[in-house]
Design a protein around this ligand. Structure first.
Ligand code: NAD
Ligand code: GLY
Length: 372
């Protein structure tokens, strides 16, 4: 990223009837949090539990606590262990213990400072503490900025599958400081780019074309400010639009799971944390792209364009060696199974997908034999 995006500021509303909020991108960034909290109705004096992990807190924990304390908020910082394999009920217990020690009340607030793992768990802990207290999301990975922090899906993994324990709990505010991406490892940045590519394939051809035309999109250091701004704005707007139309995933919102059906299988069968979530999603998009070709849903040219973009981003395109029956079993354990039918989001062209519940297990078995 060639400068610090100091002057850039954008506010994107998430217009939900009962839970409206704003996604603030840029502006005064992390250090502007107290003004944003007071705009959202959280005045000084309230108790705040910030949840973060060791990787993120070492860069931003102290400064966040300092600016909240200076503005008169009573702040506690809890640092949890980093990584997908700590995304489990035991860690939720630790957050609840910290909430108890900090004497959080119904009017108190939790702030998630971190990637999707911290965000999903803090959101879930907030949704269950005192039957639900407010949460603010401060995402620090590209993936969390464009996806996880927005839309209110919270939860943890169960040994039976990904995010099987969870709740919808919308944040009161999402504050994105793009400068935090400067400390994010390149591999994590690429993993976030996977969800950006997803938005291109499911509904925004212009975003897909933009990514396709840009020589390098796999490193923050090589991305221009202008491109990063467009990526953040287009992705956040796309997510907000879908969530506004279908907050609790009774229909349309399922399209956001494009690439996730196979992606969740990889995460589970290869061991949580071995493949990053975004890497598993990109492999999931490649796999479902190939399935779509087999089904005649889209053409070879679109399938190759998607695969090439994922490959250019240095994201995985080679299906891992997995036993087909274990894959079927894992697919059957997914949250998206409806009346025993495995749900797939199938692309029909770049910029459009459809929700399919009619793909038989026989078809999936024979597809897995040729998947490479
Ligand atoms: P993550 O939260 O594990 O973060 C990735 C790594 O980067 C971690 O090691 C973290 O400590 C480190 N990190 C984070 N920000 C950093 C920074 N600015 N500088 C240095 N290091 C930093 O992974 P993720 O990709 O952000 O999120 C993946 C999770 O999000 C998965 O559990 C997935 O299920 C979930 N998710 C949820 C939704 C949703 O709608 N709720 C959507 C997509 C993904
Ligand atoms: N990340 C999928 C969703 O929010 O619905």
């Amino acid at each position: 990223m060639k400068s610090t995006l100091n002057s850039y500021s954008r506010r994107i509303p998430v217009k939900l009837a009962n839970n409206p909020y704003e996604v603030v991108i840029g502006g005064s960034g992390l250090l502007g949090i107290s003004q944003e909290l007071s705009k959202a109705g959280y005045t000084k004096g309230i108790k705040i539990l910030i949840v973060s992990n060791e990787d993120v807190a070492k860069h931003y924990g102290e400064s966040l606590v300092k600016c909240l304390e200076e503005a008169g908020y009573k702040t506690t910082l809890l640092i949890i262990k980093a990584g997908e394999n700590h995304k489990n009920p035991k860690t939720i217990g630790l957050i609840h213990d910290a909430a108890y020690k900090a004497k959080l009340e119904r009017g108190s607030l939790m702030i998630a400072l971190g990637g999707g793992v911290v965000g999903d768990m803090t959101g879930f802990a907030a949704s269950t503490w005192l039957r639900g207290i407010a949460v603010v999301q401060v995402p620090t990975t590209l993936l969390a900025m464009v996806d996880a922090a927005i839309g209110g899906k919270t939860g943890v993994n169960h040994f039976g599958g990904k995010n099987l324990i969870g709740a919808f709990h919308q944040p009161k505010l999402v504050l994105i400081d793009p400068k935090t991406l400067l400390t994010l490892p390149d591999r994590e940045f690429r993993a976030g780019m996977s969800e950006v590519i997803k938005y291109g394939v499911i509904g925004d051809k212009t975003l897909f074309n933009l990514l396709e035309e840009t020589p390098c999109i796999s490193k923050i250091s090589e991305i221009s400010n202008n491109l990063l701004e467009q990526i953040l704005e287009k992705s956040v707007s796309a997510k907000a639009k879908v969530v506004e139309l279908d907050e609790s995933e009774s229909g349309l919102r399922a399209i956001l799971n494009y690439g996730h059906t196979f992606g969740h299988v990889i995460e589970k069968l290869c061991g949580y944390g071995n493949w990053l979530h975004g890497e598993a999603v990109s492999m999931g998009m490649v796999a479902v792209g190939q399935l779509a070709l087999e089904l005649g849903s889209w053409g070879k040219e679109s399938q190759i364009r998607q695969r090439n973009l994922i490959s250019k981003t240095s994201l995985p395109t080679k299906w891992p060696e997995l036993d087909s029956e274990s894959v079927i079993k894992a697919l059957e354990g997914d949250k998206k199974v409806i009346n025993e039918a495995i749900r797939f989001i199938i692309p029909t062209e770049i910029g459009h997908v459809e929700i399919r519940d009619d793909i038989t297990k026989k078809k999936i078995r024979s597809f897995l034999e040729i998947l490479n």
